[in-house]
Every structure is written in structure tokens, then in C-alpha cells.
Design a protein around this ligand. Structure first.
Ligand code: HEC
Length: 171
């Protein structure tokens, strides 16, 4: 899967790519200069942070059928790096996306005065992501955008060769 990623690593997108007018089926921005090592590190952070429970192993938004909310298809995300980081750190108030910065609602870092958000709107707490882990995680989910349709090879690279989780992709 990674030769395809590598191919796209140097494709920088113009502002048009993230304009709201972009057609839904157009390839979004893949602005990254990440190394394969960073991307693989990011994959491990994605796994251990439970992102796949809701977003699916491939990030296509089809996680566990009983996961809460309708998780976004990260492979088609139009968000830039900073916007992604913000939503992962802070979650979505009133939505199912959890926050992953343990201080998110203890101070104003998410733009919300502590205590001013309704308890029922407070996102749930996800696994904490450490400062040194952010870059690799963002590299990984941005690289997914250039990764085409999830296939058996990608699935087995995510789990392991022969994994039952990938059975459904076998012809
Ligand atoms: C409990 C389910 C759940 C978990 C776990 C979860 N997400 Fe989400 N995520 C969602 C939902 C639902 C949305 C849609 C948010 C909305 O619009 O309300 C979302 C949205 C996002 C978005 C915004 C995408 C876009 O284009 O709008 C990003 C990025 C994201 N999640 C990344 C992650 C990452 C990375 C992890 C793991 C660290 C993660 N999520 C864990 C449910 C989840």
C-alpha cells in the first residue's frame, strides 16, 4: 500500500482542494511530507487509541456496528492538519467524537470556558494522545487519503497476514 502513499506524498494541494465547493468525490488534499516510518508509527497510535472502533480499520467510517454516532470517513476528509488535530484533541461537543487531550475541558484550550458547557454536551473522554504522538498520528490519517480503496493487502498490513478481520475482503 505504501508505494501508492509515497506517490502522493509530494502532491501538494492548492487552496481549492479544501474549499467548501469541492465536489464530494474529488480527491482531497494530501499535504504531507511524512516518512514511511512516521506513517507506521501513526498507525500504531491509531490502533491503540481505539479510533478504529468507530472509524473502521481503514478509516472509512465503518467501524463497529454498535459504535456511537456516524463516524466520518477519514479517507475523504477535507480538513487540514490543524483542523483535524483540533477535532481529535477536543472531540465534538454534543457529538460522538471523543476528546483525546486529557486537559481539553479543564481549561480554555478547546475554546470553551470550563464549566460553561452543558454536561450532556461534553464529549466523552478518549485515550489520551501524548505530545510526541501527534505528528505521526496526523501523518497517518492524512496519508490514508491517498490510499485508494481499502483492500486485502492494506487490511492484512493493519492487522496481520491471515487475520479473520480481513476475511470479508477475500474473493
Ligand atoms: C466513539 C466513536 C469515535 C472514536 C473512538 C473516534 N471517533 Fe473520530 N469521529 C467520530 C464521529 C461520530 C465523528 C463525526 C463528528 C461529528 O461531525 O459529529 C468523528 C470525526 C472525526 C474527525 C473529523 C473528520 C472530518 O473530516 O470531519 C477526525 C479527524 C476524527 N474523527 C479522527 C479520529 C481519530 C484519529 C480517533 C482516534 C484517536 C477518533 N477519531 C476516534 C467518532 C469517533
Amino acid at each position: 500500500m505504501y508505494h501508492r502513499v509515497a506517490l502522493f506524498l509530494f502532491v501538494f494541494c492548492s487552496v481549492n482542494c479544501i474549499s467548501p465547493n469541492t465536489l464530494a468525490d474529488e480527491k482531497p488534499s494530501t499535504e504531507t511530507s511524512a516518512s514511511l516510518e512516521d506513517i507506521n508509527k501513526g498507525k500504531e497510535i491509531y490502533k491503540k487509541s481505539n479510533c478504529a472502533f468507530c472509524h473502521g480499520w481503514s478509516g472509512n467510517g465503518r467501524g463497529h456496528p454498535r459504535s456511537p454516532g456516524v463516524a466520518s470517513n477519514l479517507r475523504l476528509s477535507q480538513l487540514d492538519r490543524e483542523a483535524m488535530k483540533h477535532i481529535i484533541r477536543c472531540g465534538v461537543p454534543g457529538g460522538a467524537m471523543p476528546y483525546h487531550d486529557r486537559m481539553a475541558y479543564r481549561d480554555k484550550r478547546c475554546g470553551i470556558e470550563p464549566g460553561s458547557i452543558k454536561k450532556t454536551d461534553l464529549p466523552t473522554k478518549g485515550k489520551s494522545i501524548q505530545a510526541r504522538e501527534w505528528d505521526a498520528l496526523l501523518d497517518y490519517i492524512i496519508a490514508l487519503r491517498a490510499d485508494g480503496t481499502p483492500d486485502l493487502e492494506q487490511c492484512e498490513a493493519f492487522f496481520k497476514p491471515g487475520s479473520l478481520n480481513c476475511q470479508y475482503l477475500k474473493k
